[in-house]
Write a protein that binds this ligand. Structure first.
Ligand code: GSH
Length: 295
């Protein structure tokens, strides 16, 4: 291996024999990232009145699940009522003892199913989508080929998004300095992923076929956001407008009532709601937004 760094690369880093934790590495998340798991402090989680208790934040991984709840409620499944509690990952809420009991991986979203006699936990957003789909018999086709296609795209999302967020997004937007090699590597991979979606959506209305499924719910918050230039301010850099079929699908899914409702939950700001405890919370936020005078 050459010791000379190529042009435009930071020079001089030689990994030590054994890695040690530099707590102040200058990255955007240096204050919350740790090389160890487990809780940092004791803190119980609140429990509301509904069968599902969601502990989350309105990032793309969190939004997948609130969209699913809203879709189920829209279909009339009263058993899908949920309380959505805000977990502020910037302040380390994910390391509280109660949260770690629900998700030992200390990441949002985390879900408790309290609908039966014995409450149980579900962590990983993909697992939540499958659990809810199976429980309510919706958005996951039963016919084997369609089910396999749906699960394949759902797992594609779970495996691919870390390259978008942890890889591209981190090095393009959050690293303390720009590293050409890292940005090149992950931009190439994300462009490839965008092309995978674009080609699929050229032949199919939704990801798994002609039906809207949990696969669309998982992919839209990440790749729909990216397609609209809303992720890492990278729309122009990645030329997202050129993925025409992805744009068509992004707009189509974004028009769904449940998507409009789910995407405002566990977020702070105008027209957004930090917590959701009833449909009225979302109704009020959406009504306030439509009343805003046009600029
Ligand atoms: N594979 C997980 C990823 C969850 C995840 O990465 N959550 C992020 C926010 S989008 C988080 O909680 N980060 C806090 C941390 O890493 O400490 C899922 O889909 O549920």
């Amino acid at each position: 291996m050459s010791e000379t760094p190529p042009p435009n690369q930071p020079a001089g880093y030689v990994p030590p024999k054994v890695w040690t934790w530099n707590k102040d590495n200058g990255g955007r998340f240096a204050n919350i990232n740790r090389p160890i798991a487990g809780p940092t402090h004791d803190k119980e989680l609140p429990v509301g009145e509904h069968p599902f208790q969601l502990y989350s934040l309105g990032t793309p991984n969190g939004v997948k699940v609130t969209i699913m709840f809203e879709e189920l409620l829209e279909k009339g499944h009263k058993g899908a009522e949920y309380d959505a509690w805000l977990i502020n990952i910037g302040q380390g809420d994910q390391f509280g003892s109660g949260f770690v009991d629900v998700n030992p991986n200390s990441k949002i979203p985390a879900l408790m199913d309290r609908s039966g006699p014995k409450p149980f936990r579900i962590f990983e957003s993909g697992a939540m989508l499958i659990h809810l789909a199976e429980k309510f018999g919706e958005f996951l086709p039963k016919e084997p080929a369609k089910r396999a296609e749906t699960l394949s795209w759902l797992m594609w999302q779970m495996g691919s998004a870390p390259f978008l967020g942890g890889g591209f997004g981190h090095f393009y937007a959050y690293a303390p300095f720009k590293i050409e090699y890292a940005i090149d590597r992950y931009a190439m991979e994300v462009k490839r992923q965008l092309d995978v979606l674009d080609r699929r959506l050229a032949e199919s209305e939704y990801l798994a076929g002609d039906e809207y499924t949990v696969a669309d719910m998982a992919v839209w918050p990440w790749y729909g956001l990216l397609a609209k230039g809303g992720a890492y301010e990278a729309g122009e850099f990645l030329d997202v407008a050129s993925y025409k079929n992805l744009q068509r699908w992004t707009n189509q899914v974004g028009q769904r009532t449940a998507v409009k409702r789910g995407r405002i939950v566990n977020r702070a700001g105008d027209g957004l709601i930090p917590e959701r405890h009833s449909a009225a919370d979302i109704d009020a936020a959406l009504a306030a937004k439509t009343k805003e005078p046009a600029e």
